[in-house]
Design a protein around this ligand. Structure first.
Ligand SMILES: [Zn+2]
Length: 237
C-alpha cells in the first residue's frame, strides 16, 4: 500500500487548525527517532518519524497510547538525516518559547552533540533577531511597557514580540511591530495601539467596579477596612 499524507500542508501543529490526520492505521509505518526530556518537569517524550511515498517527512510523538503527528515537511535534502534535522529544528523552534529547550535522552539517529547543535543553531539565530527587535521600540511596545505587560522579543524575526495578556490570564499576546498590531488567540482580541488602549480601559473599569463594590461593603461596616482598598481609592485616577 502507498504511504501518503493526509494533507499536503507543511508546518508544525500548534493548534487544531492544522490537522495531519489520525495515525491509527499507520502506527507501524513510524520509526523511532528519539526520546527527549521536555518542559520544567522533565517529561519523557518518544518521537517517531515517517517518510511517505508522496515525498514527505512526518514527525510524531507518543503520549500514553496515542501517537500524534506534530509536524510535516516536504523532503528537500539529499539525505534522510538532513530532513530529520530540519523537521526537529522546526518543531523545537516553534515550541521553545512555551516549553523551553528539550534535552535528549537517546536516539538511533542523533548523537548528543548533533542534537545540541540543532539547539545551538536555534539559539544563535534567535539572539540575532531579538537584538534587532530590541533596537526598534514602537509605540505599541512602549504602551505595553508602560502597563507592565513585559513585552519581550521572541526571536522568530525582527518584528516578533510577545507580552503578558492584559486580561491577566496566564498566557501571551503576540505582537508584530512591522505594522504595530497585536492579537490574543485565547481572548479572541486583536488590533493596533488604539484597540489595546481601549481594552486596557475596559479592563480597568471592570476592576474599578469590583473595587468600588468592595469599598461600599467596607464602608457599610463604618469605614474603609483594608489598606488595598484605601490605596486603590486614593490612586484611582
Ligand atoms: Zn488573552
Amino acid at each position: 500500500m502507498m504511504k501518503t499524507v493526509f494533507t499536503t500542508q507543511e508546518g508544525v501543529k500548534m493548534n487544531a487548525e492544522l490537522d495531519f490526520g489520525s495515525t491509527t492505521t499507520i502506527k507501524n509505518e513510524f520509526n523511532v527517532l528519539m526520546t527527549t526530556y521536555e518542559t520544567m518537569f522533565n517529561i519523557e517524550l518518544n518521537y517517531f518519524y515517517r517518510i511517505t511515498d508522496d515525498g514527505y517527512m512526518q514527525l510524531a510523538y507518543s503520549t500514553d497510547d496515542a501517537l500524534e503527528i506534530k509536524a510535516q515537511y516536504k523532503l528537500q535534502f539529499s539525505t534522510k538525516k538532513e530532513d530529520i534535522i530540519y523537521i526537529v529544528h522546526q518543531l523545537i523552534e516553534a515550541n521553545y518559547l512555551y516549553d523551553g529547550f528539550p534535552t535528549i535522552k537517546d536516539s538511533p539517529i542523533f548523537t548528543q552533540q548533533e542534537f545540541q547543535q540543532i539547539i545551538n543553531d536555534i539559539k544563535k539565530s534567535r539572539s540575532t533577531e531579538k537584538e534587532k527587535a530590541s533596537q526598534k521600540i514602537t509605540p505599541l511596545i512602549s504602551l505595553l511597557k508602560q502597563h507592565q505587560l513585559n513585552p519581550i522579543p521572541t526571536g522568530f524575526n525582527k518584528n516578533s514580540w510577545v507580552a503578558n495578556c492584559p486580561s491577566r490570564g496566564n498566557h501571551f499576546i503576540q505582537i508584530v511591530t512591522s505594522n504595530d498590531q497585536w492579537g490574543c488567540g485565547y481572548c479572541k482580541r486583536k488590533g493596533g495601539k488604539e484597540a489595546l488602549e481601549k481594552w486596557l480601559q475596559e479592563i480597568k473599569s471592570l476592576q474599578d467596579q469590583k473595587r468600588l463594590t468592595t469599598m461600599l461593603k467596607e464602608l457599610d461596616k463604618g469605614s474603609i477596612q483594608t489598606k488595598s482598598t484605601l490605596k486603590w481609592w486614593l490612586n484611582r485616577y
